[in-house]
Design a protein around this ligand. Sequence first.
Ligand code: GAL
Length: 395
Amino acid sequence: MDFQCRWGVCLMLLGFLYVVSGAQNISLGRSLLQNVARTPPMGWNSWNHYGCNINERIVRDTADHLASSGLSGMGYKYVNIDDCWAEPNRDSNGRLVPSHSKFPSGIKALADYVHSKGLKLGIYSDAGYYTCQKQPGSLGHEQVDADTFASWGLDYLKYDNCYNDGSKPEDRYPKMRDALLRTGRPIFYSLCEWGVDVPATWAPKIGGSWRTTGDIEDKWDSVVSRADQNNQYAQYARPGGWNDPDMLEVGNGHMTMDEYGSHFSIWALMKAPLLIGCDVTSMNKGTYRILSNEEVIAVNQDQLGIQGRKVSKWGDLEVWAGPLTNKRTAVVLWNRSNSRATITAKWEKMGMHPSVQVRVRNLWRHRDLAKYHQGSLVASVKPHACKMYVLTPVS
Ligand code: GAL
């Protein structure tokens, strides 16, 4: 009896230790996922410019240009292959096979090349039977696919939502997270379920970013509407997980430079992933000037990791703002109307006491305003353009 009792205690203890170590593994795993998402991811993705017309030469040339143009040194590290990279059938071991015609050297060789440039390589799959362009999906193949991606040396997975089985994304997406964690390789996990099931409320436990919107287009209305949708979920973003209003269209040619400047400024302020979506091998000066603004990038990558949001609005004239480290505040005066207008940002709307005196840095002009400001900041802004500042308290 006494003996049995001691055995019972031992078993209970063992059970307890098992549960505790299991929980520890999961939380270690989660921190692995979140460590790669301390700040919003930056890089490039093939979809917005190339669609399905991708191949290994484009990916290598892109990596070369990100490195030689200096963009990679500013933080643009991920080179992400989107849909249309695979053969229609898996191999005899159930593994995904890169398209023989588009990626004849294979993805592993491409990852080695991209890594040799100091960059990281990302890929795309789908939490359904097929991807949106009818490649094989990863539903039911999560572990073999995660293992394949890890064996190729990949660093990022965008996971789409087409042709799924009708089950809830909050049940389907964790399976790939767990599979990625089991590989032991830190792979950024980017959820792309288009915001349908309000991922901001459940995805922070699952991935490093989650799409909050449908697909962006290279059009002003698309930028404006995606910004507003993403803004609703500002409270859920934090270091480790970010709202994703979709990739950048800067440089794709259907908006003006003022519109692209607004797009980039608002994405940076919202702590959105900054994934370039144009052909970086033939960027013009204006596109490069926008994408390489290190003062705007610094707002996006600020360690505090608080998403800036819309704080006031008069018709189409808006002020967006958010706190930064060292008691600073980033602010964007955004003119969404069709004519030049004066916009006023008031301290109290931005969570600052009206008596605070600040130094004002204009991030697009790269210079401080001559005078300190107190209580408010007023500027004239061109149609569809914005002005972006960082306010640093001096008193
Ligand atoms: C969509 C996704 C796009 C792109 C496309 C590829 O679902 O939102 O960003 O990945 O699929 O087919």
